[in-house]
Design a protein around this ligand. Structure first.
Ligand SMILES: Nc1ncnc2c1ncn2[C@@H]1O[C@H](COP(=O)(O)OP(=O)(O)OP(=O)(O)O)[C@@H](O)[C@H]1O
Ligand SMILES: [Mg+2]
Length: 246
């Protein structure tokens, strides 16, 4: 579903990506793990066509993203639902208005009743009750806000969902809640997901495939178990920080 081929990207003298090769199979979750500044967000921006590579390319569902411009790029972006570190809900809108927003923007002719039906359908996917529709984001816990943000990202029925550090800054319980949400969206909707993280525990929990980004390259990739056995010095060090605490 997602294929990154020999991706290179520099900003001036800062060579951020130096030959990334990565494939994400349809219906699976791939976690990109790496330290701060390792280029995780830059990689994701190439996947959605927000940045152009210096060399190499990215295919999403056989569409070559860097080749697209303007309207074609806007169209292709409909393949994605995105959830960011900050849930970025609109404070002055209710849950119903927040989740319905992308649909309403695209097609003003959809009736209020139909909007509501589709919002409720997506809230069910993320385990939220219809009763929260009239509430405002400030009245919800951090974990619930994340779920609302995911419901909004799913409202178009995108085949691919991208999460940029969905659990950073959350407490352990809320983190677990978000991890379950990511796994739930995959199981119930069959979406293909790419999750950017520097949270090792979460990564091992949600990943079908794990890729560790280091020094502009993928230092290890495979199932969580395979990555855990990696002999790459940085990967061993990175993982040991967490496994020692267990
Ligand atoms: N638009 C840009 N122009 C110049 N440099 C950039 C740009 N975007 C990112 N960078 C640089 O690329 C490097 C990687 O940034 P990136 O945001 O991908 O890191 P990250 O792995 O997502 O880190 P974090 O975990 O802190 O979010 C950094 O050195 C950053 O300063
Ligand atoms: Mg980032």
């Amino acid at each position: 579903m997602i294929r990154v081929v020999d991706l290179h990207k520099a900003f001036g003298a800062n060579q951020v990506l130096r030959g990334i090769d990565l494939e994400v199979e349809k219906g699976t979750t791939c976690v990109i793990l790496g330290g701060s500044g390792s280029g995780k967000t830059v990689l994701m921006k190439h996947v959605i066509g927000l940045l152009k590579p210096d060399r190499g390319t990215v295919f999403v569902n056989d569409v070559e993203m860097p080749k697209l411009e303007g309207l074609a790029l806007t169209e292709a972006r409909r393949m994605f639902g995105m959830v960011f570190q900050k849930s970025a809900l609109f404070d002055s809108m209710t849950v119903l208005e927040n989740v319905a927003f992308p649909l309403h923007e695209k097609d003003r002719s959809i009736s209020g009743k139909e909007l509501r039906r589709r919002v409720v359908e997506k809230l069910e996917v993320v385990d939220l009750a219809e009763s929260i529709l009239p509430r405002y984001p400030s009245e919800l816990s951090g974990g619930m806000q994340k779920r609302v943000a995911l419901a909004r990202a799913l409202i178009h029925d995108p085949p691919v969902v991208l999460y940029d550090e969905p659990t950073t800054g959350l407490d352990p319980i809320t983190t677990e809640y978000v991890d379950d949400m990511i796994v739930g969206a995959k199981q119930r909707l069959g979406v293909t997901s790419m999750v950017i993280s520097h949270d090792i525990a979460s990564s091992f929990k949600v990943a079908d495939k794990l890729a560790v980004l280091y020094d502009g390259q993928i230092a290890a990739q495979g199932t969580p178990e395979e990555v855990r056995r990696s002999q790459h010095p940085h990967v061993k060090k990175f993982l040991s920080l967490w496994f020692e605490k267990q």
